[in-house]
Design a protein around this ligand. Structure first.
Ligand SMILES: [Zn+2]
Length: 347
């Protein structure tokens, strides 16, 4: 309220009051500026803490990536970034391709047109696929008693989460063994190797799931949420954020990657390949933003930034933390893959 005009005898009222107001603002300017800086710093630190608190070995950036252009098992050409753990090559962040020598044997020289060609059904698993576990039974064993002690609780929790809505799934544990056995999943816990698993089953391949635990060199671990995600791969599910319709549901910020490279559409290398859309991946049904196989907002991002952003005003929100449970669509897809067993006992 303007009270200065009430003093009829004060002809200097308005100019004096304006001067007073200006002086007051000048005096308070440092406080206002300090307040603004404090708010900005607070928001930045809060965002960083939010993401740092949810750091996960699922997004293992402590790796040396190599990008190669390959003709994959279906004869289609594409770029893949991979890191190695022993002889294994891990692609798309956490999926075991097979031994590195196999991956390198598939390298091809490509024309630009080929590089932009669409590659169909690169790694999909279908109900008639030979890559599904026979009888919907995952046969696994621990590499050693030490590994079992470290990760059994997470493995058991992950199994329980899958079986809860998919009681037809079976998990059979075999005795501890440090030799790989074709057609069976060896659970390891190699330091600093991240979380990873094969996609689906193979009668002739050695199958692995690694659940890194915190160590002196690498502080992050793969716990129940990550183990449930890896069992999703082992059962045959691919990443939700690599579906062909991904960009209709979220915005990928390639420049925010830990080491942003090859961000032009149609190309990828290093980390950007982990967000490569796989055309005609079998995604069976609507997009599942709450899918266990969806990356969280700051996956492979620099601290305080996000790589996957929700579309403004959309009801679909990219999760800030690792999804931990299969959602309805995940369960429906598993049912679709293991149709015969699911029909007897649907979710
Ligand atoms: Zn994954």
């Amino acid at each position: 309220m303007c009270v200065y005009y009430k003093r009829k005898d004060d002809s200097f009222g308005p100019s004096l009051s304006l001067h007073f107001q200006f002086s007051t603002i000048l005096m308070k300017l440092p406080i206002i500026l300090f307040g603004l800086v404090f708010i900005i710093l607070f928001c930045t630190v809060t965002a960083q803490v939010q993401y740092q608190n949810t750091s996960s070995a699922l997004y293992n950036t402590n790796v040396n990536l190599t990008t190669v252009y390959i003709s994959d098992l279906q004869g289609r050409h594409r770029n893949v970034s991979y890191y190695t753990v022993g002889k294994l090559a891990i692609v798309d962040g956490d999926i075991v391709y097979g031994i590195e020598a196999l991956l390198l044997s598939r390298r091809v020289t490509a024309t630009i047109l080929e590089r932009h060609a669409l590659h169909k059904r690169v790694h999909s698993i279908f109900h008639d696929s030979p890559k599904k576990w026979p009888g919907a039974k995952v046969v696994y064993y621990y590499q050693s008693l030490s590994v079992k002690r470290k990760v059994q609780a997470y493995v058991d929790e992950a199994k329980m989460r899958w079986k809860k809505k998919n009681p037809f799934l079976q998990f059979e544990e075999r005795p501890v063994c440090d030799e790989p056995v074709a057609g069976q999943l060896m659970i390891t816990s190699i330091d600093c190797a991240g979380c990873y698993a094969n996609l689906g089953w193979s009668s002739s391949s050695e199958l692995y799931m690694n659940l890194q635990q915190p160590s002196g060199l690498c502080g992050r671990g793969c716990y129940s949420n990550e183990a449930t995600h890896e069992f999703g791969h082992a059962l045959g599910l691919y990443h939700e954020h690599q579906r062909p319709d991904r960009d209709r549901h979220q915005i990928f910020h390639c420049p925010n990657l830990m080491d942003p490279k090859c961000c032009n559409p149609g190309t990828c290398c290093d980390f950007s390949c982990f967000f490569r859309i796989i055309p005609n991946l079998d995604h069976s049904g609507p997009y599942g933003m709450t899918s266990l196989m969806q990356y969280r907002a700051n996956a492979f991002a620099r601290p305080g930034l996000i790589t996957l952003e929700s579309i403004p005003f959309s009801e679909e929100v990219v999760p800030n933390t690792n999804p931990g449970f299969p959602d309805l669509l995940d369960n429906m897809r598993i049912c679709e893959i293991y149709l015969k067993e699911c029909k007897l006992s649907p979710p």
